[in-house]
Design a binder for this molecule. Sequence first.
Ligand code: ATP
Length: 141
Amino acid sequence: MATFRLEIVTAERMVFSEDVSAVIAWGVEGQLGILPHHAPLMTMLQSGDLMIRKDKEEEYLAISGGFLEVRPDKVIILADACERADEIDIARAEEAKKRAQETMKAAPLGVDAAAAEAALRRSLARLKAAEKRRRRPHPLV
Ligand code: ATP
């Protein structure tokens, strides 16, 4: 099966560096699928869950915004924050979601509303990635 190198990097660490056969991320205009030999591309990513396919396995991660670049030799994602599904603290993400929703409800047009909306998106991305992992705990056969 054709593969390409995928690197996912944050300011803090290299989160992922492996050969994969597909990645599906949330670009600013919607979901974006990258397969081997994709044309060069640079796009912004919004916060969301990210799916990676390796052979018959699927892996999920949460991305908190960033950039995706398709280069001839590899695909690089520079993320503001990124966690593999098994690193996600679900209780913390639930708390963050609750906090963001309360802020948005208390002052929907207030100065904190945009930040709360961004925090809500991050928490939902984490919850979604963790949930997808739970639903598919074993490699596909
Ligand atoms: P919180 O309010 O819980 O801190 P946040 O969305 O503000 O959430 P970020 O600023 O995006 O957090 O991330 C700060 C650091 O904490 C990053 O290294 C990120 O990977 C990590 N992180 C945030 N939330 C979680 C989580 N639920 N599980 C694991 N790591 C997390």
